[in-house]
Design a protein. Structure first.
Length: 367
């Protein structure tokens, strides 16, 4: 490697290091882009009704924030009170379960316990952990001030992107060579359409799951029907992980009312997930970017490990956008046009301008 290549390599490594250090800021910017993309459709409809873009953007964000505040006001206070009651009843429930385990040991011959762990001992081991979990439940919200600052940053960025989106888009396009900028605009339009379809599908999923959960919990006479169903709907925004977490609060609340209801709630949520998997998902996914289930799950795990809860929340839109860029740039524009020189066997790539022309010609032939 010559000096220029070493300098280029060092510059690349430094750039990657800087991007890694500001990864949380980049994720917040991407979140603002997702929100702005979703709300931009509402802004366009308001503009068709005669409203100015600035007013339409502010009204759209205000409606979105109003819905979020109403949902959190409905969910959080109720659950705080119920979890406090649950924390007081958990030791009593464990004591009853331990007494039941002792009774069963007296009824069953001792030789059977040589092959299985003693339930009483297991309960004694997990009781400190459960007590610690309930005592530290609200420690998750210790960085409340930091969360508020991040939320304000996302809010301001979303409003700025909604009011004047074109300058930011043009600035991003200018980072690419002149002959490839029109192609970048096409890719950005595809990303926008895919994100809109995903958001639309998620909203349908959230509404349906919330309604079905509300009906099921109402039939079971579980307290806090609205709060639990709203939480079930909101957590549908996080595939795989969200539905699993949504069953914990209603089971805990049902346990306060009657122990058998906790099992009934678990069965109800399993049936709801089957309904979603076999009836709702095929309909919703018909208009979305096709993502393999394994890719979805692995992306959530990877982004959660490297970026925390924010990465878990944004895993799906990040994968959607990444898939489009990989498919359009790497696969169609580079790999599909990769050729070998017959003279010396070396590999070369066509000019990106020729790649773009070939891609447009191919699309016109298909039409």
């Amino acid at each position: 490697m010559n000096l220029g290549q070493w300098i280029g390599l060092i510059a690349l490594l430094v750039s990657l290091y800087i991007l890694w250090q500001i990864r949380q800021v980049i994720l917040l910017v991407f979140m603002a882009v997702v929100f702005a993309t979703a709300l931009n459709r509402l802004v366009r409809r308001m503009r068709q009704s005669g409203a100015k873009r600035n007013l339409a953007a502010v009204l759209s964000v205000s409606i979105f924030l109003g819905i979020l505040v109403a949902l959190f006001w409905l969910i959080i206070p109720s659950f705080i009170e119920q979890f406090q009651q649950l924390a007081e009843l958990v030791p009593r429930g464990l004591e009853r379960l331990q007494n039941w385990a002792v009774f069963m040991e007296n009824q069953i011959p001792n030789r059977f316990f040589n092959y299985v762990p003693r339930l009483e001992r297991l309960l004694q081991q997990i009781q400190p952990f459960i007590a610690w979990a309930f005592n530290n439940f609200f420690a998750l919200f210790s960085d409340f001030f930091f969360i508020i600052l991040n939320g304000l940053l996302v809010l301001v960025l979303t409003i700025m992107l909604l009011i004047r989106p074109q300058p930011y888009r043009q600035g991003f396009v200018l980072l690419f060579p002149a002959f490839y900028r029109s192609r970048v605009n096409e890719i950005l339009s595809q990303c926008e359409e895919s994100l809109v379809h995903w958001i639309r599908g998620i909203l349908i999923d959230m509404v349906v799951i919330g309604l079905v959960s509300a009906i099921g919990l109402w039939l079971l006479r579980v307290p806090l029907v609205l709060a639990n169903s709203a939480l079930a709907g909101l957590l549908e925004a996080i595939p795989n992980v969200g539905p699993t977490l949504s069953v914990i609060p209603p089971m805990a609340v049902a346990l306060l009312d009657a122990p058998w209801k906790a099992g009934a709630v678990l069965i109800l949520y399993v049936l709801i997930q089957q309904l979603e998997q076999y009836l709702l998902v095929p309909y919703v996914m018909a208009t979305q970017v096709s993502l393999l289930p394994a890719v979805t799950l692995l992306s959530q795990v990877i982004f959660a490990i490297f970026f925390g809860f924010l990465g878990l929340f944004l895993a799906i839109p990040l994968v959607i956008v990444s898939q489009i860029w990989i498919q359009e740039v790497l696969v169609k524009d580079i790999l599909d046009n990769w050729k070998a020189d017959e003279k010396d066997g070396s590999v070369q790539v066509r000019e990106l301008a020729e790649v773009r022309d070939a891609h447009i010609l191919h699309q016109s032939q298909q039409k």
